[in-house]
Ligand binder design. Structure first.
Ligand SMILES: NC(=O)c1ccc[n+]([C@@H]2O[C@H](COP(=O)([O-])OP(=O)(O)OC[C@H]3O[C@@H](n4cnc5c(N)ncnc54)[C@H](O)[C@@H]3O)[C@@H](O)[C@H]2O)c1
Ligand SMILES: [Zn+2]
Ligand SMILES: [Zn+2]
Length: 394
């Protein structure tokens, strides 16, 4: 089959690789019909290279049709399914508490990390990912989400990651009807977090340096701001001087406007992988611009919720401000299945309350992955969200 593979920093290629096969009776094999590129893939593309191996199949936002069903998968050939990016068993101590991204059956104990993820480096189990013609879905009996036949792929596709990620981000921020919410970053995750805030009845402020991403958010009722030195003051002014009740950081560790972290990222990127890995695991590597701005902006006693991924072990934090302002901080990989019952009716609603019809800017053949990654990272051609189509030839 054809699959998108990691080859090195800022280098992916589409290669012919062996087809996947069933390995356990709870597995299923799906033929992928749509598979998105995520901001998390950009971290692999840029800074997490030391944990990747050339040839790794990447991608973790797939959907498709079952072509082989393990005897205990509970699925049948022909079922249409969306696959969550977090791989969980559904029956361990953590899964009983709906902490699926901490599943004790799939935790990568050798790395000291949580549940396995599709296509996401040695840190998360080196599981072959979903930017491919076919995908083996481990624990498909619990993970795979069966969906109906009538609606197009893009209505369901984002249940794999960005919708539950954004929903968890907003829920963890603790905001609802009549509250105020700020969202840093209006990439796909931030778009959805901001819209979910609006849907739940909050007044929502969105911050991003990219004009077309701000324009998209504005179409969905978000009050948008550029990333200027006076942005936080402007949002404080709009919230009686206090700052918003909750702030979602949908940017993560590669934020713009973080000079110290950028030097560290560049330095780590220049080392051979064997030297870079321990450094990344012990020294601070994150670019903390969005996190520090979130801590500055949130009101006293409010909550900062991190959807953006962080990966440094010694990133400096303003403990005085966090403690003095009595800030709560929540974060983590999305516990995808915990939120599907809330989200499925919204994506199937003909009124499209979260605007999933207005997110994808590019649908391209799988073979175009190298250009698509570059475009998504550089944010050229108005790119907000790319979906790759394995069935369409270039
Ligand atoms: N927690 C999870 O389970 C989970 C799941 C999916 C994605 N993520 C993470 O969410 C983050 C966003 O993902 P995405 O797909 O939207 O990616 P993206 O890279 O397209 O979006 C990031 C956005 O942040 C903006 N930005 C950069 N620096 C900023 C700053 N200082 N202030 C405000 N905006 C800034 C960029 O212009 C961009 O629009 C990534 O870190 C990704 O890894 C986490
Ligand atoms: Zn993702
Ligand atoms: Zn489990």
């Amino acid at each position: 089959m054809r699959a998108v593979t990691w080859q090195g920093k800022r280098k992916v290629s589409v290669e012919t690789v062996p087809d996947p096969g069933l390995q356990a009776d709870t597995d299923a094999i799906i033929e992928v019909t749509s598979t998105a590129i995520c901001g998390s893939d950009l971290h692999l593309y840029e800074v997490l290279g030391p944990f990747m191996d050339p040839g790794d199949i990447i991608g973790h936002e797939p959907m498709g049709r079952v072509v082989e069903a393990g005897s205990a998968s509970g699925l049948a050939v022909g079922d249409r399914v969306v696959v969550p990016f977090t791989i969980a068993c559904g029956r361990c101590w953590m899964c009983d508490r709906k902490l699926y991204s901490q599943c004790e059956t799939t935790q990568v104990t050798g790395q000291g990390t949580g549940a396995r993820l599709f296509g996401y480096s040695r840190l998360y189990g080196s599981v072959p990912g979903g930017q491919a013609e076919y995908l083996r879905v481990p624990h498909a009996d619990f993970g795979a989400i069966r969906v109906g036949e009538d609606l197009p792929d893009h209505r369901y596709l984002f249940l794999s990651d960005i919708l539950p990620t954004a929903w968890q981000g907003v829920r963890y921020a603790g905001v609802g009807e009549g509250d105020t919410l700020a969202v840093f970053g209006l990439g796909p995750v931030g778009q959805m977090a901001a819209r979910i805030g609006v849907h739940l009845g909050a007044r929502v402020f969105g911050i991003d340096p990219v004009p077309e991403r701000r324009a998209m958010a504005r179409r969905h009722g978000v009050e948008v701001h550029d990333l200027d030195s006076d942005t936080n003051d402007a949002i404080r002014d709009a919230t009686q001087g206090r700052g918003p009740d909750g702030v979602v950081d949908a940017v993560g560790m590669e934020a713009h406007g973080s000079p110290v972290g950028k030097v560290a990222h560049t330095a780590v990127g220049l080392l051979p992988d064997a030297a870079a890995r321990p450094l990344m695991q012990t020294a601070g590597i994150d670019r903390l611009g969005a996190l520090h701005a979130s801590i500055d902006l949130v009101r006293r006693g409010g909550t900062v919720s991190l959807s953006g991924v962080y990966g440094g072990q010694a990133s400096p934090l303003p403990m005085l401000t966090l403690f003095d302002k009595q800030i709560q901080v929540r974060m983590g990989q999305a516990n995808v299945k915990a939120w599907i019952d809330d989200l499925l009716p919204l994506v199937e609603d003909p009124a499209d309350p979260l605007g999933v019809d207005d997110l994808i800017t590019h649908r391209l053949p799988l073979e175009s992955a190298p250009e698509a990654y570059e475009m998504f990272q550089k944010k050229t051609d108005g790119c907000v969200k790319v979906v790759l189509d394995p069935k369409e030839s270039r």
